[in-house]
Design a protein around this ligand. Structure first.
Ligand code: HEC
Ligand code: HEC
Ligand code: HEC
Length: 418
């Protein structure tokens, strides 16, 4: 049976290598998918979600003549024309997807009459709020539209266009604060990190390799974060939240008695994020994380599921502490360069931590190098770009992942970091 591929590709800035990752079976976070993603729940529910059409006017966010600087006021056009989120609802009935994934087959396996009417799908493929929270222009078929990330606009929609109105004022009235990197990470991760094992077994692509900076670049972004080194912070904050959620997923799988295979998949995702996030932690915290992950590997091997739940929960708690710190830490050129060197210097350990770690490392180096090479005074180097392409080629097929070869490609890239 052909399983749908998740596209993992280098962030947009050079020739894009589009790579298909094979999908492995993954496990469950019981009950987590039938509810609205957690981040939605943070918005006051009595507020109405006004719909993409309420933002789309040509004098609002649908300008055909984008301003030179951000906000460009063409966000609705970028979203509608280039952003996969605009197709998220349509996907639920699209039998001609390039990936070959069949939504109706997934629905059949799950005994759902219609994917496009099922909570189990709409929770991530649309803005699935209760009828009472839907404004007059709300249209579920718009998929993952503005309100999915920016929150219900009822109270700020008109006011936020006034002169002198601030983002903070909107946030007080129910706008979701996507400018806060911590909250932004939570929002994206609420749909992108883990998915019910039953869906994966039914043919849904597994969500194995999310990374905030890379996926933001690939959306493509209709915004620009302030500051040359903002993306380093996006990457670091995203990793802490991703590790926290991956650890929670592992803890709950251990508790729910999934197969050894599914437990192992969840463990590898934890190992993947831990292998890269440790490079932005203080030395003692990095050491403790290394020990905690090693202990987890042991516990999974021994089949001590209570131990796994406890160990994974400990890592999740540690990341809850680290994430706000990382969201508040500013970066510069020297710091970003040191971070890349720290990652490449750890090539053997990262490669040995498995293909999920290799994917995260490849995406990290790609994004960090992009930030670095675009900074004033620097320029992208062709050889470095080619080395990154080879790094992505080495993770193209997870089933054929070769740790030695990946480590060698990381070291080849390292030569470009003078
Ligand atoms: C409400 C759930 C939800 C939220 C929140 C969300 N996404 Fe998505 N995202 C999806 C779904 C569903 C798809 C798949 C759309 C499709 O192909 O039908 C997707 C697809 C994508 C893709 C395209 C992936 C590919 O393989 O081409 C990128 C990139 C992406 N999301 C990035 C992000 C980022 C960055 C954020 C946060 C700023 C985010 N997403 C927030 C649900 C969500
Ligand atoms: C936890 C959130 C989540 C849930 C629940 C979910 N999806 Fe998805 N789905 C995604 C994301 C994210 C992607 C994109 C994966 C990627 O490219 O990274 C996706 C991709 C897909 C694709 C492949 C799209 C393509 O272009 O290849 C199909 C088909 C699909 N989903 C159908 C469904 C159906 C049917 C359901 C309900 C049974 C469902 N999804 C439930 C998040 C979700
Ligand atoms: C998948 C999540 C997501 C969706 C969907 C989305 N946005 Fe955004 N948007 C973001 C993020 C993340 C930012 C960056 C943080 C910020 O400026 O709030 C952003 C920023 C913005 C900005 C500020 C740009 C700047 O640089 O100042 C505007 C305006 C905006 N979005 C409008 C829209 C509109 C209109 C839609 C619907 C057509 C939309 N967004 C859909 C995630 C999303």
């Amino acid at each position: 049976m052909r399983r749908g591929g998740v596209m993992l590709r280098r962030g947009a800035y050079a020739a894009l290598a589009v790579l298909i990752l094979g999908c492995l079976l993954s496990g469950v976070r019981p009950g987590s998918v039938t509810t609205t993603p957690r981040a939605h729940a943070q918005a006051p529910t009595e507020l109405k979600y006004t719909g993409a059409a309420s933002c789309a006017a040509s004098n609002c966010h649908g300008s055909a003549k984008p301003k030179p600087d951000y906000p460009k006021l063409n966000e609705n056009i970028v979203w509608a024309q280039k952003d996969q989120h605009a197709k998220a609802y349509a996907t639920l009935t699209n039998e001609k997807l390039k990936s070959g994934v069949s939504p109706s087959k997934i629905a059949r396996e799950l005994k759902l009459t219609k994917a496009e009417a099922s909570e189990r799908c709409l929770t991530c493929h649309a803005v699935n709020v209760p009828a009472a929270a839907r404004g007059p222009k709300f249209d579920i078929t718009d998929g993952v539209f503005c309100d999915a990330c920016h929150g219900p606009a009822e109270k700020w929609l008109e006011a936020h266009a006034e002169k002198g109105w601030t983002h903070e004022q909107s946030v007080k009235l129910g706008m979701y604060d996507t400018k806060n990197f911590l909250l932004r990470s939570e929002k994206c991760v609420s749909c992108h990190l883990s998915i019910d094992q039953e869906l994966v077994a039914a043919g849904h692509p597994d969500l194995l390799a999310f990374e905030l900076a890379t996926f933001s670049a690939n959306m493509p972004p209709h915004w620009r974060d302030k500051g040359t080194w903002a993306d380093t912070k996006v990457w670091a904050t995203g990793q802490a939240i991703l590790l926290r959620e991956a650890a929670k997923q592992l803890a709950s799988r251990a508790k729910s008695g999934v197969s050894a295979k599914l437990l192992d998949d969840a463990l590898r995702k934890v190992q993947g994020h831990a292998a890269v996030v440790k490079h932005v932690l203080a030395p003692e915290a990095a050491k403790a994380l290394g020990q905690d992950v090693a202990a987890l590997v042991d516990l999974v091997t021994k089949g001590d599921r209570a131990g796994v739940t406890a160990g994974a929960s400990k890592i999740a708690a540690a990341m809850s502490q680290e994430a706000p710190r990382l969201a508040g830490r500013d970066w510069d050129q020297a710091g970003t360069q040191k971070l890349m060197q720290s990652l490449t210097g750890d090539a053997d350990a990262i490669a040995a931590a498995g293909v999920r770690a290799a994917e995260q490392a490849a995406m990290a180096l790609d994004r960090l190098y992009n930030i670095y090479s675009k900074a004033p005074g620097n320029k992208p180097d062709k050889a470095a770009g080619e080395a990154l392409d080879r790094l992505f080629a080495a993770i193209e097929n997870p089933a054929k992942y070769d740790a030695k070869q990946f480590a060698a490609e990381v070291k080849a890239f390292e030569k470009n970091l003078k």
